[in-house]
Design a protein around this ligand. Structure first.
Ligand SMILES: Cc1cc2nc3c(=O)[nH]c(=O)nc-3n(C[C@H](O)[C@H](O)[C@H](O)COP(=O)(O)OP(=O)(O)OC[C@H]3O[C@@H](n4cnc5c(N)ncnc54)[C@H](O)[C@@H]3O)c2cc1C
Length: 299
């Protein structure tokens, strides 16, 4: 790790060493990582990616870690969080947002500028990069509906790429970036509609209200644990299987939304994994449905 420390010092890139991941995740779960790099802009991120690839480090880029379950033993490698890369530049039709910009900030600030169309995504605790990677969505809309270009750093070929929305191969909670792991999202241009501020703000308020009614937002979680299986709602299946409120250690199947596992306090990754295994087994036995994870397990 010594040379990574030297690199960060030389390039003034903020880093935390041997740090617990739990506070950096929405689940509040996860052990230590040897290095968490926090670049402030796209140039610092690119420099760090170049250094890590050239020196053979195992690494991952994360956003707000709102879709991740880190193991209690932490992550074996270097993590780069984009959370300090928040720059936004606006024009009449939309915005160019750095990968770490919180999607909620983009949506709220767009509404203030009479821009919108994506207000129903308000409340998803994603960065722009994480939202594009996952093709995050809600209430019938997905991030892919608004992407015009994504700027990417190709860590294998060490060059920039500009991908059109078509080239991102978006589908339900998926994009080319889950296949091309070596392509790191630096920023994206989002194309927005003209929406009067007052109208836009009403949509944001209504959307937040719906989320508060449906989701267990009081407790830490990583959102929906499973992908929606064709023709079913996970929450309904879990409820019919009598698993609402089922506890394991500090983890619990939310009684408000059966698709969520929440951390009641002090949950470990193995508590969550135990509940996941139980839910999968029960749903398979009772309904012959194979549930697939939407959250990603990191170790
Ligand atoms: C309370 C709650 C509600 C939620 N509601 C929704 C919802 O309504 N709809 C929905 O779709 N999701 C929802 N989620 C899940 C989550 O917010 C989304 O999956 C989101 O897109 C993840 O973004 P992130 O920035 O946190 O990414 P992370 O969780 O940090 O990372 C997710 C993946 O993206 C990769 N990644 C992140 N940034 C980059 C980058 N710059 N370049 C390349 N790869 C990158 C990571 O390596 C990882 O594989 C919810 C989560 C919570 C906690």
């Amino acid at each position: 790790m010594r040379s990574l420390r030297d690199f960060c010092l030389r390039h003034h890139i903020s880093a935390l060493w041997d740090v617990a991941m739990a506070p950096y995740t929405t689940f509040r779960i996860g052990g230590n990582v040897s290095a968490l790099l926090l670049p402030c802009n796209e140039e610092e991120l690119t420099q760090a990616l170049r250094f890590l690839s050239q020196n053979g480090y195992r690494f991952r880029v994360i956003g707000n870690a709102s879709n991740l379950l880190f193991d209690d033993s932490g992550y074996r490698g270097v993590l780069i969080s984009t959370r300090h890369m928040r720059s936004l530049s606006w024009d009449a039709d939309g915005v160019r947002a750095s990968a770490g910009a919180p999607l909620n900030d983009v949506i709220r600030r767009a509404a203030e500028k009479n821009l919108g169309g994506f207000g129903k995504l308000y409340g998803i605790p994603a960065t722009v990069g994480g939202a594009i990677f996952m093709n995050a969505g809600a209430f019938g809309l997905s991030v892919s509906d608004f992407v015009s270009f994504v700027n990417v750093w190709d860590t294998k070929e060490e060059k920039m790429r500009i991908l059109s929305a078509e080239e991102c191969l978006f589908s339900y909670r998926s994009s080319i970036f889950s296949v091309k792991r070596e392509w790191i999202i630096l920023s994206a241009s989002l194309r927005l509609e003209r929406v009067p501020c007052r109208e836009g703000m009403v949509i944001l308020r209504e959307t937040l209200q719906k989320r508060q009614e449906k989701q267990p937002l009081f407790y830490p979680s990583a959102g929906s644990v499973f992908r929606r299986p064709e023709g079913y709602y996970v929450g309904e299946l879990v409820e019919k299987a009598g698993l609402l409120g089922k506890k394991e250690g500090g983890a619990c199947v939310s009684s408000k939304h059966g698709g969520f596992i929440v951390n009641l306090g002090g949950a470990s990754s193995s508590d969550v994994l135990t509940l996941i295994a139980l839910i999968k087994q029960e749903i398979k036995n009772r309904f012959s449905v194979d549930l697939e994870l939407e959250i990603e397990y990191m170790m």
